[in-house]
Design a protein around this ligand. Structure first.
Ligand SMILES: *[C@@H]1O[C@H](CO)[C@@H](O)[C@H](O)[C@H]1NC(C)=O
Ligand SMILES: *[C@@H]1O[C@H](CO)[C@@H](O)[C@H](O)[C@H]1NC(C)=O
Ligand SMILES: *[C@@H]1O[C@H](CO)[C@@H](O)[C@H](O)[C@H]1NC(C)=O
Ligand SMILES: *[C@@H]1O[C@H](CO)[C@@H](O)[C@H](O)[C@H]1NC(C)=O
Ligand SMILES: *[C@@H]1O[C@H](CO)[C@@H](O)[C@H](O)[C@H]1NC(C)=O
Length: 325
């Protein structure tokens, strides 16, 4: 009896260890397989050593990258604020045949509800499994999206910085220097959300001078008491964002510089290691009149800002030839 029991036990142990060995060789094969699938590509000699972490070869679940499977892909994110030219900037980037900037994906509440949904959404974008009108799919050399500071970015900055570093995502800050002009644009855009001046549809960006003229007819009234605290708040938020994300690979751009200096667009393409292309946008600038003609109570605004550090916002900007925002 005892002997039989012992025999059964020994057999059991033997079978078990055999099973475990099988499982372990199985998983070993599997992980090897994954490695093989993840690294089928050799870095091109043009890729320098420091760049290696920033070069990715995604394997999307929804399609095959075909002949571009071994084209390296850079990951980026545009960090900006509403009415700072990021819509226009994104159309410029997307005019590049190898760039997919997928828009303001975190304007949707469910995607930014907590850090796990944020990460899930970003994984999909950077795995090239996100579809938008901007998707270039197979032959993307840079993929990203635009993220407004008030869309969960600041609340979850710690985890997001960690994610950006882990996945080597490059941040493109895009801000506007003249925050008074930005404020006028915010007020007008928010007015149009209800007024819907263009035949009953609200538009934040337009593609014809006629539409721009109609939208520019509205002149907001600025609360002069709140003006300085609000400008200060925007300035502080911007500074805080740069502080939070400064340890990621990044570039800081200003809308005004992009408008006045075409070389800046070249710098952006170099930052993303893209083959150089002329970038174009069909968007038309809405507010072209002198600043003093864009608000109802210009005298109040002038009085509030004169003698403060924000006085510079009152100055006429240089005329420019590009049509923007
Ligand atoms: C995040 O939100 C989703 C959807 O509401 C929920 O199912 C999930 O449990 C949440 N996760 C955490 C970590 O809170
Ligand atoms: C850019 O896209 C073109 C056309 O799809 C493709 O032939 C080329 O290899 C891509 N370049 C890069 C750097 O991915
Ligand atoms: C508004 O609709 C009218 C008639 O359909 C059209 O002629 C006009 O161009 C439209 N205006 C704009 C700004 O879309
Ligand atoms: C400006 O805003 C403050 C605070 O909301 C309010 O008390 C004040 O009446 C406003 N002034 C004008 C002229 O609307
Ligand atoms: C335009 O931008 C380039 C690249 O950032 C810079 O080197 C150059 O000084 C700028 N030119 C002017 C006139 O500001």
């Amino acid at each position: 009896m005892m002997l039989v029991l012992l025999f059964v036990m020994v057999c059991g142990v033997y079978i078990c260890s055999f099973c475990l060995k099988q499982i372990s060789t199985h998983t070993k094969a599997k992980s090897l397989n994954i490695e093989l699938m993840d690294k089928p590509c050799h870095h091109a000699p043009s890729i320098e050593q420091w760049e290696v972490p920033y070069v990715h070869y995604p394997t999307p679940q929804t399609f095959n990258r075909e002949e571009c499977a071994c084209n390296p892909v850079r990951f980026f994110v545009i960090l900006s604020m509403q009415r700072s030219g990021s819509g226009w900037f994104e159309t410029l980037l997307n005019s590049h045949i190898n760039v997919s900037s997928n828009g303001e994906i975190f304007s949707v509440r469910d995607r930014k509800i907590n850090i796990s949904s944020i990460v899930r959404t970003m994984n999909k974008v950077y795995n090239l499994d996100w579809f938008s009108s901007a998707s270039k799919n197979e032959c993307s050399a840079a993929v990203g999206f635009k993220w407004m500071l008030n869309q969960g970015l600041m609340e979850h900055h710690k985890e997001i910085v960690e994610y950006f570093k882990k996945r080597s995502i490059s941040s493109i800050f895009l801000f506007r220097k003249n925050l008074l002009r930005r404020m006028i644009s915010v007020l007008s855009n928010s007015f149009d959300r209800d007024a819907k001046l263009l035949n009953g549809t609200h538009k934040s960006h337009v593609h014809s001078p006629v539409e721009a003229q109609i939208l520019a007819k509205y002149r907001p009234k600025i609360n002069a008491t709140l003006l300085i605290p609000e400008l200060k708040q925007v300035e502080e938020t911007t500074a805080k964002a740069i502080e939070y994300f400064k340890t990621t690979h990044h570039i800081v751009l200003y809308y005004e510089d992009l408008v006045n200096n075409r070389t800046k667009l070249k710098e952006v393409q170099e930052f993303l290691s893209l083959p150089y292309k002329e970038l174009t946008s069909r968007q038309v600038k809405i507010h072209t009149a002198p600043l003093s003609k864009q608000v109802q109570n210009w005298k109040d605004v002038e009085k509030a800002l004169k003698g403060t550090s924000y006085e510079r916002f009152l100055k006429r900007s240089l005329p420019h030839t590009l049509n923007i925002l």
